[in-house]
Design a protein around this ligand. Sequence first.
Ligand code: NAP
Length: 295
Amino acid sequence: MKTVGFIGLGIMGRPMARNLLKAGFAVVVHSRTGSKVDDLVGDGATAGGSPRDVAARSEVVITMVPDTPDVRQVMLGPAGVIEGAHENLVAVDMSTISPAATREIAAALAERGVRMLDAPVSGGEIGAIKGTLSIMVGGAAEVFEQCRPVLAAMGDKITHVGPQGHGQITKLCNQVAGVLSLQAVAEALVLASKAGVDANKVIEALSGGAADSWNLRNQGPKMLKRDFAPGFFVHLQQKDLRLAMELASQLNVPLPGAALIHQLFNAVEALGGRELGVQALVQALEQLAAMKVSG
Ligand code: NAP
């Protein structure tokens, strides 16, 4: 596999495509915004005119777009990947989308001989830049093995979970666990700040103990600096929580923690935070506690 197509050059897609270039793959890129394509071309990628064009020129085509309708459109829509189908093509969707829709998209691609993996990721923008993403994969084992070198250029923890859709289900579990840990950090920092303790010291003291977490180390300092720039948009987190709760409802599984945080993010959105990073969750708690965290 020499040529990898990459569609969706957003916060995650840009650094992921760059890491493919660094690993020596020829990379054909496409995004809706021309300037994002130009940036990658400056790094050594080739521009593809449409998802169809990218697919026709690649052995593996990766999608990293926001939501289920976007993946459906890029894969199956006019000038989509399906129109560039060829015998050796594998489609790898690394976005976070509905597991059921993933199976439908994979079935439609399979009718044209295209094999598919669902391979969503965790690790945030930082993980995408460093090439240390955790990648959770659903699909046939032989297709996974064939794509392993491509995935290894972007992540350092690559798990083949099971058949098609199981990567997406795993990612939804990740989102449930991740958002509860984010809430834990926000609550601790609100309490510390209102009690008059140096919240930076609280982060330092908690790191390495039983309450340590990725969110504590990465999102905690941003909350204290009031740096709400997006690494992961609030509106995309809300999309993931909706997907998790949809799956849970089908299975009669209660997700009380995730449901509560979904509501708190509604408050963040009401405060104008839709395009902020998810660390803005602290703003909802600040409103309730009538204070602001500080370091
Ligand atoms: P983002 O910054 O909004 O990027 C998404 C990109 O998709 C945009 O750059 C957009 O292109 C492109 N796009 C949308 N529709 C398209 C289409 N029809 N054709 C071509 N390109 C299209 O979002 P992101 O943060 O990178 O997230 C991407 C996916 O990864 C989402 O499913 C998200 O849930 C998941 N994820 C994100 C993170 C994170 O920390 N950010 C972590 C793990 C997983 P233009 O900008 O050119 O319009």
